[in-house]
Design a protein. Sequence first.
Lengths: 276, 446
Amino acid sequence: MTETLKISNLHVAVEGKPILSGVNLTIHRGEVHALMGPNGSGKSTLAGAIMGHPKLEITEGTIELDGRSILEWDTSERARAGVFMAFQRPMAIPGVKMADFLRHATTNVRYPSRKEGEQLIPMREFRKELREKMAQLRMDEEFARRYVNDGFSGGEMKRAEILQMAMLRPKFAVLDETDSGLDVDAVKLASQSIAEIGGAEMGILIITHHDRLLEHNVPDFTHVMLGGRIVETGGVELARELYTEGYDQVRARHPEDAAIEKEMTSIEKKVASGAA
Amino acid sequence: MSTAIASTGFSQEAFDAFLTTRDEPGWLIDMRRNAWRRFEELPMPSVRDEEWMRTDIRLFKLDRFGLPHSSPLDASPAHATEPHGVLAAGVEVGGRSTTLDGRLVVGELATKWAKQGVLFGSLDRMAAEHGDLLRPYFQRHVVDPFRDKFSALNAAGWSGGTLLYVPKGVRIEDPFHSLSVLGDGGIDFGKILVILDRDAEATVLTEVASLSANGGGLHCGSMELIVERGAGLRYVSLQNWGDEVWHFAHQKAHVASEGRLQWTIGALGSRLSKVNQHIAMTGPDAEVQVNGVMFTEGRQHLSYNTHQHHQAAYCKSDLLYKAALQDHSRTVWRGMIKVEKDAQRTDAYQRNDNLMLSRDARADSIPGLEIEADDVRCTHGSTSGRVDEQQLFYAMTRGYSRREAVRMIVTGFFQQVFDRITIEGVRNALSEAIGRRVRDIKEAVA
């Protein structure tokens, strides 16, 4: 059986205000999905809902992993079940070294039933693997000794997110604007890196504005989100079209969703910066 | 003044009896008598005093305690359970001393340092044996005995205590370790005197603890650190009293020109602490770094007044205090940077960060500046907040449970102070002591 992340008729509200209103999306392991859409259409909220952000309220619908609902699972349980998210703006955790942070995270994700206080992956073994992955991503070894995202440049943060994904080896990964704030070369490197760390093994949902991130991760499906719903699904050519043409044609084809989008824009902005 | 039982309390008779047990020079007895008079005149501090308005000690009953015993400690059962400190575990020390209720249990000084004129051990004994050497340092009154009722009481009734004296130019790498232990309901009126003569260097690790974690008692202490010209002192003190101990202390350093002081404080224990930590830079080009870490729980109340006093030009002081608070506990930090008119080109910094792990905890953070020179750089900052929800969410997307995430974030919060501590063994010991508390974190609100 192919492993599947299935989102059905998902409705999500923040502080009582509806943001997503009936999202359907099925991702099989090994597939690449691109999720595009104008700012404020609900993309980041969908990412947050998949990870179980506590401020998001699921009012209707389901999210299933291999046929089991994960709605009652907290974020940690979802991560341990193999769901990952690369953050648009990762949090800094001052005083905690990247290597220590990741050793603990990697142990928990690889041994999902690990209880607090139980053994971590042996230091030597972990360091060796981390060094290999960092070399693969062309990251300086010094990186592992720095505090998590503390004082990182935009590019460093995004690479650190990809490094984490490489170490955690998720089944499903949501990349929330992993290309934003990066220059052309950095996006190219990120795109290559995702492919190199075994992106083909995962089910990937790439939230993006650019098609360059998709260069080495050619989407099997492209979805367009507008006003809290997925209004169109196509192949890789749709991603290219949206990148060059923008969203006006999509809005014209879906006037009702465009109207909702307009209303929601202000709310989503708040969510993107605060909650998800 | 009357007390229910003649042999306890702080009556004139009790004080006279205490003096007859002291085997020390007349000038010291005179100092004690002066301080005693002041002690009797001064009122108990109350919330009406500005410095005490946030620290209510109405439940503290001084008369339940009495003046310390000066007699040497008998071999007693408590002795058998002599606790070991955490700071010097596995470290080669230049000397060590342990006291129980202010009375000496162990005192040792490595021969090679003794041969170079270093003095280390019980201040009681040292004052009796080296009175002429120590007299000018005592009479400098680094801690003002008349400052308040507690400073007067310590000056009158101190007993036991610890002395480190390092002569001119002697540089000691191995740290000195002193441990003061309180039995349940015990009293400790310790006085710590550290003197580094010109160009001397030393490291001192002091820690205080109770025999039992929930023990009570009274500590009314003083600490005087004298760093002479060009000398360098690294001083660490870890306060780990039992949950019911009342802890009042005046701690003050004099740092002369080109002197260096790194002073690190860890505060974990006691029911109530009221500590004045005062650093006076008395000569130009002195450099001082102060680090403080606190972790409070239950109904603990820890109040720290810090004072960076720039009396001379070109000095640098840098203070960082960090506290994590659980349950109904409370911390008060009042920091003052005072720059005298002649202290031009002062570079002073103070910062206090508090991490609230409970909705019922409270941290008061009151930075202050008083600047009379016109060419200075003085900055301060303070933050108080809960564990950040977004940080928690981020860590949980990496498979951390909520509690693991909280503990990691709290550990990181303190790591930023530990990073400043240059003595590896101490850094590890302090982080271990804090780590034990962090592992006990029950929950954390956001």
